[in-house]
Design a protein around this ligand. Structure first.
Ligand SMILES: Cc1cc2nc3c(=O)[nH]c(=O)nc-3n(C[C@H](O)[C@H](O)[C@H](O)COP(=O)(O)OP(=O)(O)OC[C@H]3O[C@@H](n4cnc5c(N)ncnc54)[C@H](O)[C@@H]3O)c2cc1C
Length: 443
């Protein structure tokens, strides 16, 4: 069996690594258009902040290490076409500028996504970056280390934008964050996300909400960001306004794509074409909370999908149960997390829902340095079934979301969660943990 994987990061590499463990004999070839593969993209903001000094620490395995496992990786090779009828791909060897054809028995598509760059005037000026791939993080850090950069503007307050705001603030830079919407982190409910606004402002971030970038100005290099409300001196700009699946090379194939270009897959990560699988940021994923196939481009999802692909290619019918859209973010000294349905999703899906929102302590009030955690639960009216939860606060907030992920996946009610045997000792929780208190207040 000859297996080709396109893309060399989370989805593809977890698929081929697992496949190798399951099947010692299969021929496995990977084509990756970049120079570096198998790295933790999620760690890039912490390399830029200088908390991680050596970028190589982000790399899980090198090409040579994969070769020792019998996985042949071709870097600087871009797949430019898939012929699903003939089971062949066209590959561009970028360095040699040569195109050749290869054939497969099974194909794995794990090509990820690229940052969207709007066609703003002067967007091509120097020192305007996106943070999408490893090389972007090297370029951004190099500029911070070698140029006299004082003022940084981040456009877009999604996960990557906010993580970069933290990175630049950690480096002591003047940071402006421009966001088109009313609040940061648009996937969260406003009443959760806006708890982070004052914290950003307290940390010196100039937060501009409901503001739209119009153009950039500068002489070769960026100097100013112009919006509908003002202009901001900038030595460096990061555009983080969303991502788009890397699936353009499939346009002449019969592989079915969703509206945003993501590959449609079933619960075995099969596309509509036999023997072609997809996973990670280039594909949709089943969301148990919405009961839809959604676009949820997250590293943990990509890794799980990769393993499901391997199991299925190897012949065991392994159906993925789906995800809950669980996400977590650190915002300087605060943390936020969510799982299942937010209130706005419950509204969109016309659920018969209610919410409860409270603030409580991370540990016993008499134990030193207690901090507040805000908990919001979305539950079904009448049945009390938990549909979703969001948390925001300081220390000890984020990982409490995992209680809710288990509760939702097990169809628990607020009543069951309220009396769950959660751990208690003064340094860790109150005798009634804030999660249980919130659940017990659901009426
Ligand atoms: C700054 C940042 C922070 C993040 N933080 C988190 C986090 O905290 N938690 C979380 O869950 N997720 C996080 N993510 C998202 C996570 O990194 C992605 O979900 C994950 O990397 C997706 O893996 P993937 O394999 O699908 O795609 P990618 O990691 O994008 O890899 C795809 C690879 O395919 C290659 N490729 C594309 N087209 C072709 C082609 N035609 N031919 C050959 N090769 C091709 C690309 O060069 C790329 O290397 C973060 C992402 C970024 C950028």
């Amino acid at each position: 069996m000859k297996i080709i994987a396109i893309g060399g990061v989370a989805a593809s590499m977890s698929a081929v690594s697992k496949l190798r463990r399951l099947n010692k004999d299969a021929e496995i070839i990977v084509y990756e258009k970049g120079e570096v593969l198998s790295y933790g993209a999620c760690g890039m903001p912490y390399y830029i902040s200088d908390e991680i000094k050596d970028p190589k620490r982000l790399i899980a395995r090198t090409k040579e290490q994969f070769l020792k496992l019998g996985i042949v990786v071709h870097t600087n090779h871009e797949v430019i076409e898939v012929n699903d009828k003939e089971k062949t791909i066209k590959v561009l060897n970028i360095k040699a500028n040569e195109i050749f054809t290869d054939s497969f028995d099974k194909l794995i598509i794990g090509t990820g996504a690229s940052a969207i760059i709007p066609k703003w005037e002067n967007v091509e000026l120097e020192n305007i970056h996106v943070l999408s791939v490893y090389e972007d993080s090297i370029a951004i850090k190099h500029k911070l280390d070698t140029e006299n950069i004082k003022n940084v503007t981040v456009v877009g307050a999604g996960f990557i934008g906010v993580e970069l705001v933290e990175a630049f603030t950690t480096r002591g830079l003047n940071v402006t964050l421009i966001e088109l919407g009313e609040h940061i982190l648009s996937s969260f409910d406003q009443d959760i996300a806006e708890n982070l606004h004052q914290h950003l402002i307290d940390k010196g971030v100039s937060l501009k909400l409901n503001e739209k970038v119009i153009k950039f100005e500068g002489n070769n290099k960026i100097e100013k960001v112009i919006t509908n409300k003002g202009e901001y001196l900038s030595d460096l700009v990061i555009i983080s306004v969303g991502i788009i699946p890397n699936t353009k090379f499939l346009r002449n194939s019969n592989i079915a794509l969703a509206k945003n270009g993501a590959i449609k897959v079933n619960d075995c990560m099969e596309t509509n074409i036999k023997d072609i699988y997809a996973g990670g940021d280039c594909s949709l994923i089943y969301n148990r909370a919405t009961k839809e196939y959604n676009y949820l481009p997250m590293g943990n999802n990509a890794n799980k999908q990769g393993r499901v692909i391997a199991e299925n290619i190897n012949g065991s019918k392994f159906e993925f149960l789906g995800v809950l859209g669980t996400t977590v973010i650190k915002v300087i000294d605060m943390e936020a997390a969510k799982t299942g349905l937010t209130e706005k999703e419950a509204k969109r899906l016309h659920k018969n829902y209610k919410t409860v929102m409270i603030s409580g302590r991370n540990h016993a009030g008499y134990y030193p340095n207690p901090e507040n955690i805000t908990v919001k639960i979305v539950y079904e009216q009448g049945t009390y079934k938990i549909l979703g939860a969001s948390l925001v606060g300081r220390k000890d907030t984020a990982l409490r979301i995992n209680i809710f992920a288990v509760a939702i996946q097990s169809n628990m009610t607020t009543k069951e969660l309220g009396f769950l045997d959660l751990a208690y000792a003064p340094p860790f929780a109150g005798v009634w943990d804030v999660v249980a208190v919130a659940a017990n207040l659901a009426k």
